[in-house]
Design a protein around this ligand. Structure first.
Ligand SMILES: Cc1cc2nc3c(=O)[nH]c(=O)nc-3n(C[C@H](O)[C@H](O)[C@H](O)COP(=O)(O)OP(=O)(O)OC[C@H]3O[C@@H](n4cnc5c(N)ncnc54)[C@H](O)[C@@H]3O)c2cc1C
Length: 495
């Protein structure tokens, strides 16, 4: 026996919250009793990025209900009461253990069968564990992961008991970098260990990474690169006291934070739905290979119209919000055109961001092609650094990274990427704002790319003055207007 709903959202994270709000708002909305959300977390959907930022602050830390969805997009705060008021069944602390797509049912760990007419899969991703790499003791009381509120509470407790002590952070990606900053704020000494040549190597160029590594080093963080933790030393009460590296070095540890990547939670649908890029394959409407099932957020791999329909899966909050809204729009507005069949891909501009210490960066687009650096990479004493990189592919801007940009500047670069601006226009615009090329190498690359010079040559093959003349005439605000596109790509409020 069980309950039946018109709509079920499986998972109670970021995408679930945004999908619920959109279902309530879209057209006539959902009627009381039509929508159910099932989550194995104990609380209503919240803005997960808060866990590695405001939640870990030693003073004035963010706490629920302040960061339930959808405040991260400056929208309504959906507390448990909001779900009650809208007649939405919030089934919390309940894990779904199997799904039957043919029968349209889900089985929970409590033995209940919940059936749906339309299912939105929003199961997100989970943190990879050290055990997958042959290192045991992830379960030690002072080894922390960071994916859920429960994880964050554990980390806060462990940090409090380690004041003035040593932390080993394993991993040099988003979680590692943000947690290292939080540990420093909590006055804990940090050693970061990762196997790559520099931090954030999937996005940062060596030059960008060098800036952040120097900044972190000035805060006391030690980087141990091209290294791996192979085992832990433990005390008689089961706590980790040291991390042993492959080369035999020992790092003292009062606590360990592990941020070595994530894996999408797809297993419930293995053999039932088509998969791609480690996630559930959907079309541009977020519809899976089963017409009654949609997938959104970290778990969904979708065709990105801006990238010529290339299938991508993103583990970023902006994507979770936008794919959730896209799925609901598609569910509520069924029709037959090519767009509605999802053949065009989803019109999405990839957008990632992070905030650490007093720094804040945003990235838009795709980091393919050649990076051209601009701005001043030396952190001015007391001032805010401002620099970045444009990735240039075929003379067009494929992606832009910007540290320290204002809202208008971030919007302008987002616009330039979205419109596949010519690099010459963007370069002139940046130069007119004092963000000149960062180095000779970038100048050389840019000259070669956008003004048609052969490497080392000196004769432009088309008019440099015309290009620069047009672009220099416009301000960065007008730049947005010039490309005729405005979208709220800049996140206004984050925790
Ligand atoms: C600490 C942290 C910091 C981050 N910071 C940033 C950032 O600064 N910028 C950025 O762009 N992105 C950031 N992200 C990534 C961003 O939070 C994710 O992309 C986003 O949460 C994805 O939303 P989602 O709804 O797809 O998945 P999630 O938010 O992970 O939600 C998935 C939900 O499904 C539940 N679930 C899974 N399986 C089951 C099951 N079988 N039964 C019941 N429930 C289930 C989970 O418990 C969870 O509630 C961060 C992520 C973390 C962990």
């Amino acid at each position: 026996m069980g309950r039946a709903f018109a709509y079920v959202i499986l998972g109670g994270g970021v995408a679930a919250g945004y999908a619920a709000l959109e279902l309530v708002r879209h057209g006539d909305g959902v009627s009381p009793g039509e929508l159910c959300i099932i989550s194995d977390e104990a609380v209503a959907p919240y803005e997960r990025p808060a866990l590695s930022k405001g939640y870990l602050l030693p003073r004035g830390a963010a706490r629920l209900p302040a960061f339930h969805t959808c405040v991260g997009a400056n929208d309504e705060l959906l507390t448990e009461q909001w779900y009650k008021d809208h007649g939405i069944e919030l089934v919390l602390g309940t894990r779904v253990v199997s799904a039957d797509v043919r029968r349209k049912t889900l089985l929970t760990a409590t033995g209940e069968t919940i059936s749906y007419k339309t299912l939105i899969v929003a199961t997100g991703a989970r943190a990879l564990e050290l055990e997958e790499f042959g290192v045991t003791r992830s379960d030690a009381t002072n080894v922390c992961y960071l994916r859920s509120l429960e994880d964050a509470d554990k980390m806060v407790g462990v940090m409090r008991s380690c004041h003035g002590g040593n932390a080993v952070v394993i991993g040099g990606g988003y979680i590692g970098m943000e947690c290292a900053a939080a540990l420093v704020a909590n006055e804990i000494k940090v050693a970061m260990v990762f196997p790559r040549k520099h931090c954030m190597d999937r996005l940062f160029t060596p030059k960008i990474a060098e800036f952040y590594e120097n900044y972190y080093a000035a805060k006391g963080v030690t980087f141990i690169k091209e290294a791996r933790v192979t085992s832990f030393e433990t005390s008689s009460d089961g706590k980790v006291t040291g991390a042993i590296l492959r080369d035999g070095r020992r790092l003292p540890a009062d606590m360990v934070v592990v941020g070595i990547g994530a894996r999408a939670n797809t297993e419930l649908f293995d053999g039932q739905l088509a998969m791609e890029k480690g996630g559930i394959k959907v079309n541009g409407r977020m519809q899976t290979s089963d017409a009654a099932v949609y997938a959104v957020g970290d778990v969904a791999a979708f065709p990105v119209a801006l990238l010529s329909g290339d299938m991508r899966r993103f583990e970023h909050v902006d994507c979770a919000r936008r794919t959730a809204r896209r799925a609901v729009a598609a569910i509520m507005e069924r029709s037959d055109g090519a767009e509605e069949r999802g053949e065009m891909g989803f019109d999405y501009l990839p957008f990632f961001y992070s905030r650490v210490f007093a720094l804040s960066w945003q990235f838009y687009g795709d980091n393919v092609g050649e990076p051209v650096h601009f701005g001043d990479f030396s952190a001015p004493a007391g001032g805010r650094p401002k620099f970045g990189a444009c990735w240039v592919s075929g003379g067009l801007v494929a992606g832009v990274f910007l540290e320290g940009g204002s809202r208008e500047e971030n919007e302008a670069v987002a616009s330039a990427v979205r419109c596949r601006a010519r690099i010459g226009d963007v370069a002139a615009e940046l130069e007119s704002r004092g963000l000149a090329f960062a180095d000779q190498e970038s100048r050389r690359k840019l000259t070669r790319r956008c003004y048609g010079l052969a490497a080392g040559g000196d004769k432009p093959t088309y008019a440099w003055h015309a290009t620069v003349g047009v672009a220099a005439a416009v301000s960065i605000a007008a730049f947005v207007y010039w490309y005729g596109w405005q979208a709220p790509y800049v996140v206004k409020r984050e925790f």
